[in-house]
Design a protein around this ligand. Sequence first.
Ligand code: HEC
Ligand code: HEC
Length: 408
Amino acid sequence: MRTQYSRAFLLPAALLLASLAACSGGGGGGSSSAAPSPTPPVVDAGLSQAARLGELIFKDQSLSASGKQSCATCHSPDCAHGPTNNLSAQLGGANGDVQGFRAAPSLRYLNQNPAFFFAKDGTPTGGIDRDGRAQSLAEQAERPFLAPHEMANASKQDVIDKLKKAPYVEQFRAQFGAAILDNAEQAFSRMTFALQTYQLEDTEFHPFDSKYDQFLAGKVKLSDQELRGLALFNDPTKGNCIGCHTSARGANGAPPLFTDFTFDNLGVPRNKKLAATADPAYFDLGLCGPDRTDLTARTDLCGAFKVPTLRNVATRQTFFHNGAFDNLKDVVAFYVRRDTNPEEWYPTGADGVVQKFNDLPPQYRKNVNTTEVPYNRQPGMAPALSPSEIDDVVTFLGTLTDGYKSNP
Ligand code: HEC
Ligand code: HEC
C-alpha cells in the first residue's frame, strides 16, 4: 500500500534495500531475488527420533518439484519461521515462478493453537492456517507438498519417491517400519506426523525469550517509549489491541501469546501485487472460502481471518493475510486511520467515492468490524492514536522478538 500517510514514513532507498535483504530478526535469510542458502541439516540432540526426522524433512529441498524449496524456504528458522523477503505471497512450483495467495505466516507458538471450534457465544476460534481449516499441524503439512504454488509434487507417491533418495531414509524406515515406504499413503502420513512432532517439540518454535518475556519475569526493564507503547496497546480507549492480541499472563501464569485465536474481519485493502486479484471476481474470504469449504453458508463470516500472534511481528516484511502492507508502522496506522481517513488506504472510484473495504464483494462489506475500538470512528474524528503514539506502539512491538539478549 502506498498512501499519503505511509509516504511520510518511507525510508531512504539505500536503507530500504538493506532492510529487504533479510528479515530483521536474525542474521540469516535471503533476498526476494536470490534463494536463501539452505540451513545445514544439523539436528537438535534433545528431540525425539520422530521430531529429528521432522526437522530433516522440514529442511529438505529435494522433496519439492523444483528441488529448491523446503518448508524452511517460506518458514525460515532465521526469520522466526516466517518468510525471508517482502513478497506479498511466496513463489513455488516446478520453476519457482507460481505465486501463492496468502502471506506466509510465522510458525512460532502454534503449539498452543487449539483445533477449530465455535465458542459458547458463537465466536469461531482456533484451527491451523489463516482460515483455521486444518485441524492439526499434521493435517496442515499435507498441502504444501502437493500445492501447485508451493512444493508442487504430483502426488503423495511422488513425494515418497523423493523421500526414498533422501540421506535419512534408513532412519525413517527404522522409526516407522522396514516396509513403510511400500505404502505411499501411510509413509506420507508418517512424514506429516514427524513434521508436527518437530514443530511441537523443538523449543526453537516457542522459546518465550523475547525482551517482553524477560520484562514479565522481572529480568530486564522496558524503555520509556516501550512502556508507553505497551500502555497504549492495552488501553481499551486507545489501541485496544488486547481486544484480540492478549498481552498479559494467563490465570495460571502462562506467558501471553498475543492472540486469542479468534477470527476477525479488518477490511484489509485489496493487494494488487497478488496475481489472483487481476480477476475482479477473485476474493479470498477466509473462513467462508474458497480454500476452506465447510463454512461457505456462513456468509456472516466471509472475510474473517485468524488473529495471528504478534510475537516476532517486527521481523516480518509483509503483513496481513494478503500481504497488503510492507511495514509495521503502516499496519498500526491503518488500524487507527482506516475509518477517520479511508482515502489513505483505499482507491477512489470514478464517482469520487472511496472504495472502502475493496477486498470484499459489496454484500460482505457489512461484515467488517466497525464497532470495536480503534475502528469505531468516522471521518472528521481524531484517530485513536496520534503519529507519535503509533511510533510508541511500533516500538513496543519490537520487544516481542525472540532471542533477546540484554548484554550482547
Ligand atoms: C511456498 C511457500 C510455503 C512453503 C514451501 C510452505 N509453506 Fe507453510 N504456509 C505458507 C502460507 C502462504 C501459509 C498460509 C496458508 C493459509 O492460510 O491457507 C502457510 C501456513 C502454514 C502453517 C499454518 C500457520 C498458522 O498460522 O496456522 C503451517 C503450520 C505451515 N505452513 C507449515 C509448513 C510446513 C510443515 C511446510 C513443509 C511441508 C510448509 N509450511 C511449506 C507458505 C509455505
Ligand atoms: C478485533 C480484533 C483485533 C484487534 C482489536 C486488533 N487486531 Fe491486530 N489483527 C487482528 C486480525 C484478525 C489480524 C489478521 C488480519 C488478516 O490477516 O487479514 C490482525 C493482524 C495484525 C497484525 C499483522 C500481523 C501479521 O503477521 O501479518 C498486526 C501488526 C496487528 N494485528 C497489530 C495490532 C495492533 C497494534 C492493534 C491495536 C492498535 C491490533 N492489532 C488490534 C485482529 C485484531
